[in-house]
Design a binder for this molecule. Structure first.
Ligand SMILES: [Fe+2]
Length: 296
């Protein structure tokens, strides 16, 4: 029998109809994964692993190896947690799916990373609208072994708890930072631009598109600029932001964001595909294939 997510209901939001799950931490029901579930993991793992050599940043590839992840079977959270406990002190917890913002931030602030325990169906191999085990585990977990990135994730969680108390505008600005770094970030390394964003490494198409297509903008990291920039949830990104190092990300979270949110409140948000005069442009996108609307 295929292990099924336990969905509570669907809710209508500004991002469409979204599934709502219990916020409870659940034990990974490893024994209930079917052969088809493990086969889905194997297919995705092998495909992405091959594709990411020379495309993902070296920290991602090295750490994935360090965890001992293989295509043979869906990893056990407890095995990964043993490795994490001996390094950055992060811990993976099993969840049913997307969490409410404050619950999610609180986990990160306490160095707990929620991983959806179920994996997509074979017919969803190339695209699934919501995070599943492959995205959460393959995409996010390797960099939790990097000490600087691990600290950045925690700092983001603390910032999220605070932004949540400040109101919806602060949250909109902070969420964009997560989107353009943790999910869709690029990093400049000695041998060229490389991927570190989880949304990219878990997607075959976007892993190629973000580096090799002429369509998207590739722009140097600028925190305020990112916080003003809208993004895509239903297509590849129109713009990727490039960091020089994980330390640059960590340093960006040093200041108190409260006055920054205040400053940004009076500024227009920037469409996902725009290039500004002040941008440090690596590639000005050709815009080929862009949808005219749909930025969130
Ligand atoms: Fe994610």
């Amino acid at each position: 029998m295929n292990a099924q997510p336990r969905r509570v209901e669907h809710q209508q939001t500004d991002k469409g109809s979204v599934p709502v799950y219990t916020t409870a931490v659940v034990e990974q029901p490893w024994d209930s994964y079917s052969p088809a579930d493990h086969a889905t993991w194997a297919t995705l793992f092998e495909r992405q692993q091959q594709l990411l050599v020379g495309r993902a940043c070296r920290e991602f590839l090295d750490n994935q190896q360090h965890f001992g992840m293989t295509p043979d079977a869906i990893p056990k959270f407890e095995d990964l947690n043993r490795v994490l406990a001996g390094s950055t002190g992060w811990r993976i917890i099993g969840v049913e799916g997307l969490l409410p913002e404050l619950t999610f931030f609180d986990h990160l602030a306490n160095r707990r990373f929620p991983v959806t325990w179920w994996i997509r169906k074979p017919e969803q191999i190339d695209y699934i609208a919501e995070p599943d085990l492959f995205h959460d585990l393959f995409g996010h977990v390797p960099l939790l072994l990097n000490p600087v990135f691990a600290d950045y994730m925690q700092a983001y969680g603390c910032g999220g708890v605070k932004a949540h108390s400040l109101g919806p505008d602060a949250l909109v600005h902070l969420t964009r930072l997560y989107w353009y770094t943790v999910e869709f970030g690029l990093i400049r390394q000695d041998d060229g631009l490389r991927i570190y964003g989880s949304g990219i490494v878990s997607s075959k198409g976007e892993s190629i598109h973000c580096l090799e297509s002429a369509a998207p903008n590739r722009i140097g990291f600028d925190m305020r600029r990112i916080m003003r920039t809208r993004y895509r949830i239903d297509t590849y990104q129109k713009t990727y932001f490039v960091i020089d190092s994980f330390q640059q990300l960590m340093d960006a979270t040093d200041p108190d964001f409260t006055p920054i949110y205040r400053e940004l409140a009076s500024q227009e948000s920037i469409p996902a595909g725009s290039v500004l005069q002040s941008d440090n442009v690596y590639n000005r996108g050709s815009g080929e294939g862009w949808a005219a609307d749909g930025d969130v």
